[in-house]
Design a protein around this ligand. Structure first.
Ligand code: PLP
Length: 378
């Protein structure tokens, strides 16, 4: 794990003096994840899934190192246009899901490439796609991920055209006068086995054979990040070598990836302060100044986020405690049974890997403030 926050601890403690709670993003860490991903020989384009974190500075730094963008709503496209007014529309892919007709009209009218993820738009609104180049999102029917809620393929998942509908899809696209130029899949989030994308690529290549105009296979995102300090980093080299082999079998296709978390998760931390400490029976609870209103992932996905007492990082971790927020929900737990140093009121706690699906999913639930986002560059 890139523990930039150990190197920058003094800076973070300074920030914690100014803000009761704060998301802090380290641009250097984002740049380095983006550079690692864009240097994969097998991958022609990397599109950042804007949904993961749409902070303007985060978007700008990614654009500056040549990353393109995957948007799932008009709001995301409009936001991109505000943050990067000169961004070429060809650097955006629009991949909505069950969006209303108007959103397709809007995006197509602006010349943005749209991904269709079921037959309905082609059946009901074929006129929108006449003489247009489109992407099709396929369900390769084998998903994976860190939690069932983030598995976006297979039975029970609402995403993608099932493989047995590909012939009908071809008929509808032809009837509409649309040209399928890209085949897309996104099978889940937090996937740690590089073979996933090789399998997806092979399935998409089989689908692509039905469409003579396909130039691109977009293999989606979902690249896992290490959750615990001891976890091995995702093996990008293995991914690259598997996909390089694929490319030598299918040189006619460009491969794209669409990472969200991989680019920004590790770069973000949530800083907060200890409010109260309580023993209850055999359990110890450490209360902090913000909870699942700021970071819902532990409650929503049972996600593990490393929690560190930043004020006492050099003291031995001696006590097991559950770290809870001030939200009136039994599920307001940021970390369960964590080994921490002897902790006191006002100690600064750092919640790691919070740069993706953190601030973007936060709310004012209980009328608690959403932490501000602070960006550090060096
Ligand atoms: C279509 C699409 N692409 C890419 C992503 C990015 O996923 P991750 O943040 O796990 O890389 C998502 C997230 O759900 C998605 O829906």
């Amino acid at each position: 794990m890139d523990t930039w926050w150990i190197r920058k601890r003094d800076k973070l403690l300074e920030l914690a003096e100014q803000y009761p709670n704060a998301y802090v993003y380290d641009l250097e860490s984002i740049r380095s994840a983006a550079t690692a991903m864009s240097s994969l020989r097998s991958v022609k384009r990397v599109l950042y899934a804007v949904k993961a974190n749409f902070n303007p500075d985060v978007i700008k730094v990614l654009a500056s190192v040549g990353i393109d963008f995957d948007c799932v709503s008009l709001g995301e496209i409009e936001h991109l246009n505000t943050v990067l007014p000169d961004l070429d529309k060809n650097r955006i892919l629009f991949t909505p899901n069950f969006a209303p007709r108007d959103e397709y009209v809007w995006a197509i009218g602006r010349g943005i490439t749209v991904t269709i993820d079921n037959l309905y738009p082609l059946q009901q609104w074929p006129e929108l796609f006449a003489n247009r180049e489109i992407f099709i999102r396929i369900d390769p029917e084998q998903g994976d991920g860190h939690h069932e809620y983030v598995v976006t393929s297979g039975s029970g998942s609402k995403f993608g055209v099932p493989l047995n509908e590909v012939s009908e899809l071809k008929r509808l696209a032809t009837a509409a006068g649309a040209e399928v130029v890209g085949i897309h899949a996104h099978t889940g989030s937090g996937i740690v086995n590089p073979k996933n994308w090789q399998t997806v690529a092979n399935i998409l290549a089989r689908v692509a054979k039905h469409f003579s105009g396909v130039k691109t296979l977009d293999l989606g995102g979902g690249i896992g990040v290490p959750e615990r300090t001891a976890d091995a980093p995702f093996n990008l080299q293995e991914l690259d070598s598997l996909l390089t082999n694929f490319c030598s079998d299918y040189p006619q296709y460009d491969l794209w990836l669409e990472p969200g978390r991989y680019l920004v998760a590790v770069a973000g931390v949530l800083l907060t302060r200890v409010t109260q400490i309580k023993g209850k029976g055999a359990d110890c609870y450490i209360g902090v100044n913000t909870g699942i209103n700021s970071l819902i992932r532990p409650a929503l996905y049972d996600a593990y986020h490393e929690i560190v007492n930043l004020s006492r990082m050099n003291e031995g971790a001696s006590k097991s405690a559950t770290v809870v927020g001030p939200i009136c929900e039994a599920g307001d737990k940021l970390g369960i049974n964590r080994l921490l140093p002897e902790t006191q009121e006002n100690d600064v706690f750092l919640i790691a890997n919070a740069g993706a699906y953190g601030h973007v999913m936060s709310s004012n639930y209980n009328l608690r403030d959403i932490p501000p986002e602070i960006v550090i560059c060096d």
